[in-house]
Design a protein around this ligand. Structure first.
Ligand code: 5GP
Ligand code: MN
Length: 352
């Protein structure tokens, strides 16, 4: 009885996804023996969650699946089932090239333009097989045979779940798949606080929990566990490196490579930092600039629908979502900061 009820509701959920397109994807999956799942550089919980979620689905369908990421995923996602199986392009180029060469299908998750894959982009773009994009960023480029693009969705993981439901494969979702998908929803919504205000997302959460997922463990591992030095780095950044511009309702944090080194910085250590200034009453947006080895990484967050994606697009060749966006700057950290400060007035028009 209960199962019938679930099946009925799942069919309701399908309405968002075009049935013709999910059927086309199902056909592609059925026709493919070897599938590659890939995502953007500096992968986050949604990128890893969506690729690994599909990996587990494909395994349960008896397929040979491989997740290939442009560079290493952060340690806080290592609890995810299948994490050890992920192939990292920067460290296993040959293996990645051979796997892509043999693939019948490539599914690109959580990015909208090839350049978001950095040095992995040419290999994926030149691959001689069918490709599918599953993503929730605005303005996707057309570089795949099939596109599932829903910018209003909380996360790529939510979209993956809806597509799976629409393909009629909900029964193939096991605990491991559900764990990965719920992780992306949790990390991209900052633990159910952002971009998650429509009722049927909670229906999806219910269905994932029914698969036996340990939600509390995901929150603990993916969001609330860190090294002592990363906690101290955050404390240092907030007390010594945060500039507040009250008339612009904005906060800016910069960290040099020397400062990062002093706190034994590792990938993922500054993940939540850019959100912290938004806790200050009246603050509308926050910018964080980090001196990485190859570029200055810019990360932005906002509330009140202030479009930080515009700042990233206009100043840092980037993009993302209205309330969470990023970009890269090639030059010094000081130049990166100056460019923002000399343009800060232009963004006042978005303050409500
Ligand atoms: P984060 O600040 O966590 O790195 O990224 C926030 C959002 O902005 C994510 O949705 C991410 O995909 C997007 N984003 C981050 N960096 C870039 C970038 O360099 N280019 C583009 N187009 N989007 C980015
Ligand atoms: Mn995402």
């Amino acid at each position: 009885m209960q199962n019938n009820f679930l099946t009925l509701q799942i069919q309701e959920m399908d309405k968002i996804i075009d049935k013709k397109e999910s059927k086309a994807l199902l056909k592609m999956l059925e026709e493919s023996e070897r599938v590659v799942l890939t995502c953007h550089v500096r992968p986050d919980g949604d990128a890893i969650g969506s690729t690994l979620g599909l990996y587990h689905l494909l395994k349960s369908m008896g397929k040979e699946a491989t997740v290939i990421v442009p560079d290493k995923a952060p340690q806080n996602l290592s609890f995810l089932p299948g994490f050890k199986e992920i192939a990292v392009f920067t460290s296993h180029k040959d293996f990645c090239e051979k796997t892509v060469e043999k693939a019948n299908l490539i599914i690109c998750c959580d990015f909208n333009i090839p350049s978001r894959q950095d040095d992995l982009a040419p290999l994926i773009q030149n691959a001689n097989c069918r490709k599918v994009l599953i993503d929730h960023h605005t303005e996707p480029e057309k570089f795949t045979d099939l596109i599932f693009s829903f910018p209003r969705m909380s996360s790529t993981c939510e979209l993956v779940f809806r597509i799976i439901a629409s393909m009629g494969l909900y029964d193939k979702v096991d605990k491991d798949c559900a764990t990965c998908l719920l992780t992306g929803i949790i990390t991209d919504t900052r633990n159910f606080t952002v971009n998650i205000n429509y009722p049927d997302i909670y229906d999806i959460l219910m269905r994932l929990l029914k698969k036996g997922v340990d939600k509390d463990r995901i929150i603990k591992e993916a969001l609330n566990t860190r090294t002592l030095s990363s906690l101290k780095l955050e404390a240092y950044a907030l007390s010594n490196k945060m500039e507040i511009f009250p008339e612009h309702k904005c906060a800016l944090i910069t960290l040099t490579k020397e400062e990062l080194k002093k706190y034994s910085y590792e990938k993922g250590d500054t993940e939540g930092l850019v959100n912290r200034p938004l806790e200050v009453r009246g603050m509308v947006y926050s910018i964080f600039m980090r001196e990485d080895p190859d570029c200055i990484k810019v990360s932005t967050r906002s509330c009140n629908d202030f479009p930080v994606s515009e700042i990233c697009k206009k100043l840092y060749n980037g993009g993302g979502h209205i309330q969470a966006a990023g970009g890269e700057f090639h030059g010094t950290l000081e130049e990166c900061r100056e460019i923002f400060l000399s343009n800060i007035n232009k963004f006042d028009k978005y303050l409500k």
